[in-house]
Design a binder for this molecule. Structure first.
Ligand code: PLP
Length: 413
């Protein structure tokens, strides 16, 4: 028995899917303790959009550490925070004509969601929140209450209240937001007017379910007409994962609140933001706090990532081109295994390959691992293989990973 099995909680999970002991990592590759290389189509569940140990980000971090600069500062003013806010304002918000106050709610995605839900309730004085089928927003109680998975919800141990699920776009064809609209407009529907709607434009954990731009526009419009706040959870699909910096840009909508985490720190260091429409920023000082809000090394790598990759639209362009390359390869793969229903889908560099059941997808993921490729499964039954390579992956590496995936799929199917 290893020390992991002996001492680490039974809750551990990725290590069960990929039972190697990892040691080093660079770019799109991880290496285990025996030096075996694995191509990473997982990218820290979306936290490593710029790859492992990205040299530019690492250089900035090493300089910062070598200078004995401040590491921990709660929400005190620091130079690292000033430089991050300046870069975010200059390179992300202003060019997109977006005006948000930035709240640092704690280091993880669930922290950003908790702050968003709490603020939406405080602003509106209402309690209800609308969420969507197969949504994933995190494991803390508030975030879990708007998460769909029955398995995860059961873990709460208390009722998860004040939330109403509605059908997410693709599961209901063109009628998705109309059903919500019917309930809102019908005084006999039993639906109290909610404080907010929380939505992912592409559901990551939920199975790479891509909402159509017109569905998102309809939803945003509905929220506007009914004075309901629209929260977009861009924790996994933000920071360029679908092409543009924010995943909602393509739909041309402007959410009231946006949640960001994972790749905003750039280097895999913990950082989260809750972006708030300025007039909604009615927090009292310290009303929502936390010890790890200003992780300065994460500000440093976040700033380096913004200054390196978001000065122009080159990363967006290459992400979309690589995404197209994946889409073509997955369609060919789906056709190459007759008799098995495999459905590809995705946007930018977030793609999914939906199998008939979770058992099949699990076997393909294991077969990929044996071949040196890391791909995880997602979706309510774990039936979708998720492809989330670093945005900086080279074309040759992308082709190599797709070939390994095709080989694994053909071996299993
Ligand atoms: N929101 C979305 C869309 C996510 O995909 C995740 C995590 O996968 C979270 C929130 C929760 O983030 P964290 O695990 O950092 O709390």
């Amino acid at each position: 028995m290893t020390i992991f099995e002996e001492r680490e909680s039974a809750v551990r999970s990725y290590c069960r899917t990929w039972p190697a002991v990892f040691d080093r990592a660079a770019g799109s590759w991880l290496y285990d303790e025996n030096g075996r290389a694995y191509l990473d189509f997982f990218a820290g569940a979306g936290a490593l959009n710029y790859g492992h140990n990205n040299p530019v980000l690492k250089g900035a971090l090493l300089d910062y550490l070598a200078g004995d600069r401040i590491i921990h500062s709660l929400d005190m003013y620091t130079i690292a925070k000033r430089e991050f806010l300046t870069a975010f304002d200059e390179l992300i918000l202003r060019p997109r004509r977006l005006d948000y106050r930035v709240q640092f709610p704690g280091p993880g995605g669930a922290n950003a969601v908790e702050a968003a839900l709490k603020l939406a309730r405080k602003v509106t004085g209402r309690t209800g929140v609308i969420t969507f089928t197969n949504a994933f927003h995190g494991m803390t109680l508030g975030a879990l209450s708007v998460t769909g998975s029955a398995f995860h919800r059961r873990g709460a141990g208390v009722p998860l209240a004040h939330v109403t699920p509605m059908p997410f776009d693709p599961s209901v064809g063109s009628g998705g937001s109309l059903w919500f609209e019917c309930l809102l407009d019908d005084s006999g529907s039993g639906l109290d007017k909610p404080a907010a709607v929380i939505v992912e434009t592409v559901q990551g954990e939920g199975g790479i379910n891509v909402a159509r731009a017109e569905w998102l526009r309809g939803l945003a419009d509905l929220c506007g007409r009914h004075d309901i706040l629209l929260i977009v959870d861009d924790v996994q699909m933000g920071c360029g994962r679908t092409g543009p910096f924010f995943s909602f840009e393509t739909a041309g909508i402007t959410p009231d609140i946006v949640c960001l985490s994972k790749s905003i720190g750039g280097y895999g260091l913990p950082l989260a933001l809750t972006l708030i429409r300025p007039d909604l920023d009615i927090w009292g000082p310290g009303e929502h706090n936390g010890t790890f809000r200003g992780v300065n090394p994460a500000f440093v790598t976040a700033t380096a990532a913004l200054r390196t990759y978001w000065q122009d639209n080159e990363l967006e362009r290459t992400t979309l081109a690589k995404g197209q390359r994946i889409a073509t390869a997955l369609s060919a793969l789906a056709q190459s295994v007759p008799g098995t229903l495999i459905r590809p889908r995705g946007r930018g560099l977030a793609h999914g390959l939906a199998f008939e059941n979770g058992e099949l997808a699990g076997k393909v993921s294991s077969a990929a691992f044996e071949r040196g490729l890391l791909v995880e499964t997602c979706g309510p039954q774990g039936a979708v293989i998720k492809l989330l390579p670093p945005l900086t992956i080279a074309g040759t590496e992308l082709d190599q990973g797709l070939a390994l995936l095709a080989d694994a799929t053909q071996a299993i199917c």
